[in-house]
Design a protein around this ligand. Structure first.
Ligand code: PMP
Ligand code: GLN
Length: 392
């Protein structure tokens, strides 16, 4: 007998993050590829996890998640974004945002249903749609002119409208956006919302970088727009906001019927996860505004540090409005194919980055783009900067 993997996953292979982090270890390079911080998050959150571990919070949590976390998620949605969710019926704790995304897609996408999303996109979206038997329809975000400081990546509204067909079931949105760092504006979100309302679509909104915005750009959850609360699944996680990506504590918030459908899938994926980390993330969600503001400001300074050297090394830099990532065009330094460029970079200068073509269905759109993560300690960034300067 021969065994082959899920046919829908054949096109994906190993995720780029596993591949590039392994390359960083093998070549002893500085890893500016996979997006994870190299320091722990807030001490209060660590202490809460330690107390939970020592205090016997080590068995299966309830299926929807520990009550203290569901309450903290609901409170946080209210406090920052004015969104009202009932912790008992409208919040579901998941194994990271990844599981919330996968379970949502499996819950709502039937074989042949189309899901509209922007490219570049976080890699689990395309795989999640494929696992559900759905079909992805992508609309390309185009970078700003390289000299247009502060401008964001843009989509063409007619292209977006044209991507919706009679088979479209959902729009999968991500703001702040990985990998471009785009923070969708209210006008753009209203256009997306209008389309969803007009064509009766579900919106699955990945907001894991909700707190990581720069230069006064404000995150806006699409669920806050008129008419959208009833048709939006809002997803986030403690990984990015609190620098505990390895804990994999995420959540989905939506109306009870939507959450019920997601929960019924989730129960057979993982059932539950991360018992002692759930109350710890609840502690994080209740930290003061100074924490959230301070962390974004710190990241903004790291972005500027990395951007400056990338620019001086000759790259066209597309500075992000949020997230962990900055994107460069490698053609300005004589590069052509981002994968070749990223495979050679460890050898050339001892730095690992991500070839952005993996985030595209239309590979040519991303062929010349490379993503660098700046969520690293200053001394690590400085060492990377020194190495990258050799490219100049
Ligand atoms: N969505 C986006 C846009 C991401 O960048 C990531 C990476 N962390 C995830 C979801 C996955 O989040 P988690 O680690 O909580 O599963
Ligand atoms: N979200 C992180 C990134 O985009 C990595 C997550 C992962 O390794 N799957 O780099």
């Amino acid at each position: 007998m021969s065994f082959s993997g899920h046919p829908g996953l054949a096109e994906f292979g190993e995720t780029i993050f596993a591949e590039m982090s392994a390359l960083a270890v093998a070549t002893n390079s500085i890893n500016l590829g996979q997006g994870f911080p190299d320091t722990d998050g807030p001490q209060e959150v660590l202490d809460a996890a330690a107390a939970a571990l020592a205090g016997g919070v080590n068995q299966y949590p309830p299926l929807p998640g520990e009550a203290v976390l569901r309450e903290a998620v609901a409170e946080h949605q209210q406090r920052f974004w004015g969104l009202e969710f009932d912790p008992a019926s409208e919040v579901l704790v998941t194994a990271g945002a990844t599981e919330a995304l996968a379970a949502s897609l499996m819950a709502f996408i039937r074989p042949g249903d189309e899901v509209v999303m922007f490219e570049p996109y976080y890699d689990s979206y395309a795989a999640g749609i494929a696992l559900a038997g759905g079909v992805r329809k992508v609309v390309t975000l185009r970078p700003p002119a390289s000299d247009a400081d502060g401008d964001a990546w843009q989509f063409d509204l007619d292209e977006l409208r044209g991507a919706v067909t009679d088979k479209t079931r959902a729009i999968l949105l991500n703001t702040p956006h990985n990998p471009t760092g785009k923070v969708f504006t209210r006008t753009e979100l209203m256009q997306i919302a209008e389309l969803a309302l007009d064509r009766d679509l579900l919106v699955i909104s990945d907001e894991v970088y909700e707190h990581l915005t720069f230069d006064g750009n404000q995150h806006i959850p699409i669920a806050t727009l008129p008419g959208m609360a009833d048709r939006t699944v809002t997803i986030s996680s403690g990984g990015k906001s609190f620098s505990f990506t390895g804990w994999k504590v995420g959540w989905a918030c939506a109306r009870p019927d939507l959450i019920g459908a997601i929960r019924s899938v989730k129960q057979f994926l993982t059932f539950v996860n991360a018992a002692p980390f759930q109350p710890a993330i609840a502690t994080g969600l209740r930290l003061g505004d100074d924490f959230f503001e301070g962390f974004a400001a710190e990241l903004q300074a790291k972005r500027d540090r990395l951007n400056a050297v990338l620019e001086s090394a000759g790259f066209d830099v597309f500075s992000p409005q949020g997230t962990y990532f900055t994107t460069v065009d490698i053609r300005s330094v004589g590069g052509d194919d981002c994968r070749d460029f990223c495979l050679a970079l460890p050898e050339r200068v001892g730095v690992v980055a991500i070839p952005s073509s993996v985030f595209y269905t239309n590979k040519d759109e991303g062929r010349h783009l490379v993503r660098f993560a700046f969520c690293k300690q200053d001394h690590v960034l400085d060492a990377a900067v020194e190495r990258l300067q050799q490219l100049a």
